[in-house]
Design a binder for this molecule. Structure first.
Ligand SMILES: [Zn+2]
Length: 464
């Protein structure tokens, strides 16, 4: 169907104005009725966060998401775009996407008086109707609401004439969504301006009052510590949000694995990558252990991005081995975990004097994660046949620098590995190398094998 090109045609087509909240609400109702997924790609919030979002939308409330870093708050807010109409009609050339049937800005009023039903309209896509801003202490009223344009003043406009204004982000979000990240970081004065424009519908700019009855769906995010801190968000603005929805980290390790897999960087050599289940689980478990570690500052949280970037780091290191040693597949091993410091440091904050101990803390997290996953695969297994291999001075040497066929060669001399091959789904030499490292390290962490570091390599022997 051809989209109407002027106000007359739009009226003839039977277009009815509606507020952005009604629009989102009605689109949500359609999706619920037809059983469509509301927020595709958001994993782990199906039974907790998403029902609350749906209720907020049905109740036409603005929403503030409260949660630690890396809990998909920004992703959730961006997902609201999919609940907007694909296109809506706007007065052509209007800076604030005015409704052709009910414009609010002065230049549109003037234009309509002159051209009436012939006034041209444009169609704004849903992506054009979403604006996002990271709150920082230096965000100004000019950024958010607007600024007087000295050139227009010089042209003879009066200050009381809003056409002398450069509109900021919020007026430009008219009939759309405005999302503000880390709301408490906004200076109090700016929060007052934000509240006034949204609630009182007028705002003071450089001493004169601009009246703009904007239609905006307001979304915000905040860290729980800042949010509860008295005075970080001015009370009237806090009250404006009808729904305060708490986000959370993945409730299960399996969900953390799924999110990591969905979000991680894809290599052009992707078809060569084999990620054993136990390696994915260990990477996810490291973040989960970090979230309960007493030496890590839990107020800012441990983002899911730690898992994602750690997964990318271990893949990168195994990719490097694949290139150097001409391996057949890219398969991460435990010894690749030595490289996650680069992707972990800076995303976690140490408590008090913990900073110098950071490397030790990360090593401890890896140990706990490896033992946890090893036990989950072998809780009921003793390895007595396998441990019998170590009666004499037998040692098994591993390193991220040793080619996989060398592991196979060592493994051939060992008894009692059948169960391990089966449970860890060993399908080739590269996965064999990775699986053997898990078993050796797991048995070391259980106190059954000793481990020595010799010039960059690890040597596992009988424990004395
Ligand atoms: Zn306008």
């Amino acid at each position: 169907m051809e989209k109407p090109a002027n106000i007359g045609a739009l009226k003839e087509a039977g277009y009815l104005s509606r507020s952005v909240k009604s629009e989102i609400r009605e689109n949500l109702i359609q999706k619920i009725k037809t059983g469509q997924e509301i927020f595709p790609g958001v994993i782990g919030f199906e039974d907790t966060v998403i029902p609350q979002i749906e209720n907020a939308i049905l109740a036409a409330q603005d929403i503030i998401f409260v949660g630690e870093r890396g809990q998909a708050k920004t992703r959730l807010m961006r997902n609201f775009v999919s609940l907007l109409d694909e296109y809506i009609p706007v007065v052509a050339g209007c800076e604030i996407q005015d409704d052709p049937l009910a414009p609010i800005c002065r230049s549109c009023h003037t234009k309509l008086k002159e051209t009436g039903l012939q006034t041209p309209i444009e169609w704004a896509s849903r992506n054009q109707r979403y604006n996002e801003k990271l709150a920082t202490p230096d965000v100004t009223i000019a950024d958010l609401i607007g600024e007087v344009d000295p050139i227009k003043i010089a042209e003879g406009k009066y200050l009381s004439d809003e056409t002398a204004l450069h509109f900021g982000l919020i007026p430009r979000s008219n009939r759309g969504i405005f999302a503000i990240n880390e709301l408490p970081d906004l200076a109090e004065k700016i929060q007052v301006g934000l509240f006034n424009i949204l609630e009182e519908r007028d705002v003071q700019i450089r001493g004169f009052t601009v009246r703009l009855p904007l239609d905006v769906f307001l979304l915000a995010s905040a860290n729980p510590e800042d949010y509860t801190n008295r005075g970080r968000i001015i009370t009237p603005l806090k009250d404006r949000f009808g729904s305060h929805i708490k986000t959370h980290y993945p409730l299960s390790r399996a969900q953390e694995v799924l999110i990591t897999e969905q979000e991680r960087y894809r290599l052009p050599e992707e078809e060569k990558i084999i990620l054993p289940e136990f390696m994915k689980a260990i990477v996810a478990e490291i973040s989960r252990q970090a979230r309960i570690h007493p030496e890590i500052d839990q107020t800012s949280g441990v983002s899911v991005r730690v898992s994602i970037h750690n997964q990318e780091s271990v893949i990168a290191n195994s990719f490097r081995r694949y290139l150097r040693l001409k391996e057949n597949f890219i398969v991460p091993r435990l010894t690749d975990l030595a490289y996650i410091a680069a992707s972990t440091t800076g995303k976690i904050e140490m408590e008090g004097f913990g900073a110098e101990r950071e490397d030790g803390v990360i090593a401890g997290l890896i140990d706990r994660a490896v033992l946890e996953i090893f036990n989950s695969f072998f809780a009921d297994y003793e390895f007595s046949d396998f441990l019998a291999n170590f009666q004499d001075s037998t040692a098994i040497i591993v390193s991220e620098n040793i080619a996989s066929p060398e592991y196979e060669r060592q493994a051939k001399r060992l008894k009692g590995l059948d169960e391990m091959r089966q449970r860890l789904k060993v399908e080739n030499a590269e996965v064999m190398a990775s699986a053997l490292e898990l078993v050796l390290e797991g048995l070391h962490l259980r106190g059954k094998l000793s481990k020595e570091r010799i010039s960059g390599k690890l040597s596992y022997e009988r424990s004395n």
